[in-house]
Design a protein around this ligand. Sequence first.
Ligand code: ATP
Length: 224
Amino acid sequence: MVRFSRVALAYPDSRGRPGAEVLRDISFTLGEGSFTWIIGPSGAGKTSLLRLMHAALRPTAGEVELLGIPISRARRSDLPPLRRRVGVVHQEFRLLNHLSAWDNVALPLRLAGIAESTIRSDVAELLDWIGLDDKAERRPEELSGGEQQRLTLARAIVTRPALLVADEPTSELDARQARRTLALLLEMNRQGTTVVVATHSEDLPERHPSRTLVLEGGRIISDG
Ligand SMILES: Nc1ncnc2c1ncn2[C@@H]1O[C@H](COP(=O)(O)OP(=O)(O)OP(=O)(O)O)[C@@H](O)[C@H]1O
């Protein structure tokens, strides 16, 4: 499902040349239907690792294989259909401010050409689950940080992706909402989605012990 083989990543410097490596010698395989935590101090490389996992970046060295496709050798045209099978909860939300909460969640289904009747029931069910059914017509900037974060999760899972990559999905949530988000991630996982979650929370991995990759200084220092 996800295979990293001796991966390194360097962001380009101001002249477009590769800068210092922020990930080094990363190798692991995540099986289909698995649930994995990614933890590590700020700046360890968690977001960078996740960017490789949703094909936002190609590795500078080594290979990332996603859903059977080797990213460094993939053609540019292979990437959009691959990305559509990966749900992403971005740390900085990336909601569309000119659309309502409802339309933000409906958008990935509309882009996938799903019938409006199906969209209506799927979006309603998810907005209800995340507790935003009464705010469906609001625009993201009219919602609190925690509400925007829950909306971001709803948008990431509404297409029932094969792989869900979530970067700090509970950072803005109170304890009760964080537990609800975890329950939603676990339900997705129970239905077959491979789930990867980067978090600073110590509480969530304790609530659901699972494989944990610990990153420090761009390397995996523990995998278990
Ligand atoms: N777009 C970028 N261009 C250049 N360097 C970057 C970029 N994004 C991240 N970095 C650098 O890569 C390293 C890892 O950053 P990353 O955001 O992946 O860490 P993180 O573990 O997710 O941190 P945090 O927990 O604070 O979100 C840091 O040194 C950071 O400064």
